[in-house]
Design a protein. Structure first.
Ligand SMILES: Cc1ncc(COP(=O)(O)O)c(C=O)c1O
Length: 352
């Protein structure tokens, strides 16, 4: 840290993303990417002609992209905005709906960025502990007097709340925004998009990084009533108006329109997840009922940290969080059937 770094952020602990080795030597099951390439239609959309137009800025309103997302989800374009990954959209939401006096409430075990963003934005965190089995204690969500973040399915547990349960939280907190982070919803969860016209305090955030195989393109989107979306756009246009680049806009439109590819990929991941979970259970692993594109698994024989290192030595990267209640678990991205077979073989060789 230089002596010029702002005093107010000296205690900031940056989020540590999963390893991204650039040599592709590993079977990569650590950052919940799709095992499938981007839709061929998304690839075809990035023409040489468009690449040559990179000297021009992108459309700051992302009109065509937003129209495609709105159409896919049965919304009006005013009910959608987009960002450089859902990380950026979520950050806009925290900037717009939280401050020193309006905390963000979220679970103790969830996506690590929320905590980092709260410290960066000077927003108090209201931490809601998960129960022993990692399920959400909904009684903690009554009259919270905070902006609320619900990660559904949750990460790294993969556990879901039902739309009815989230509707209860919306009803019990009518004067606060409830953000539902649905990064993993397409693999078996239930989306809250259907509630958008009913609740003015609901903001649903999704990403193209997982179920639409576009992690490297960086594209996320928020859906909610037009007033909430306009709030997010106030932040976006005060920060980075061209936040989605030209190539990502085109790839995003094509991916959004390629419903068949999306359905095939998400269905295959869900089937592979169930098969792998069954095999791991037979080997004595304990698992949550994950509805995401990852498994949250504990070996009865080898501690999580040791297993993570041994798998890495064998060329398989998974995610290990060295934190209370997580240290014995691994978060394993659901890859291709072949990758999961390699994982199971390696685990057997290690005696896990
Ligand atoms: C729960 C959750 N939300 C949001 C994100 C951000 O994804 P992206 O910025 O790639 O859209 C992630 C990334 O892993 C995540 O796990």
């Amino acid at each position: 840290m230089s002596r010029f770094f702002t005093e107010s952020l000296k205690a900031l602990q940056p989020y540590v993303p999963g390893e991204q080795p650039q040599d592709m030597q590993y079977i990569k099951l650590n950052t919940n990417e799709s095992p499938f390439p981007a839709s061929p239609k998304a690839v075809a959309a990035i023409t040489g002609e468009e690449v040559s137009r990179l000297y021009l800025y992108s459309d700051p309103d992302c009109k065509a992209l937003i129209a495609a997302i709105a159409k896919r989800y049965g919304l009006q374009p005013e009910q959608v905005t987009v960002g450089n990954g859902s990380d950026e959209v979520l950050w806009f939401a925290l900037r717009a709906f939280c401050d020193e006096n309006t905390p963000l409430a979220y679970n103790d075990i969830t996506y690590g960025c929320y905590k980092t963003w709260c410290s960066m934005l000077n927003v108090p965190s209201k931490i809601l502990p998960l129960q022993e089995d990692y399920s959400v204690d909904l009684s903690l969500y009554r009259g919270l007097d905070s902006t609320i973040m619900i990660t559904n399915p949750n990460a790294p547990t993969g556990l879901c709340l039902t739309v009815q349960e989230i509707e209860g939280v919306l009803q019990e907190n009518p004067d606060h925004v409830v953000i539902v982070d649905e990064a993993y919803v397409d693999f078996g969860g239930e989306s809250c998009v259907s509630l958008i016209d009913k609740y003015e305090n609901l903001l649903v955030v999704q990403t193209c990084s997982k179920s639409r195989s576009l992690a490297g393109a960086r594209l996320g989107f928020a859906m909610g009533n037009a007033a909430l979306i306009s709030d997010l756009n106030r932040i976006k246009f005060s920060f980075n108006p061209y936040n989605v680049n030209r190539l990502t806009c085109l790839a995003g439109i094509a991916a959004m329109e390629d419903e068949e590819y999306f359905q095939t990929c998400t269905r295959t991941v869900a089937q592979t997840r169930e098969k792998t979970a069954a095999a791991l259970k037979t080997m004595g692993f304990t698992l949550t009922d994950s509805k995401a594109n990852f498994l949250f698994a504990e070996s009865s024989r080898i501690p999580g940290g040791v297993l993570y290192r041994k798998l890495k030595e064998k060329g398989i990267l998974v995610r290990h969080f060295d934190k209370p209640r997580l240290e014995n678990r691994l978060r394993i991205t659901v890859g291709s059937q072949q990758q999961m077979e390699a994982l199971l073989t390696a685990l057997k060789e290690l005696g896990a």
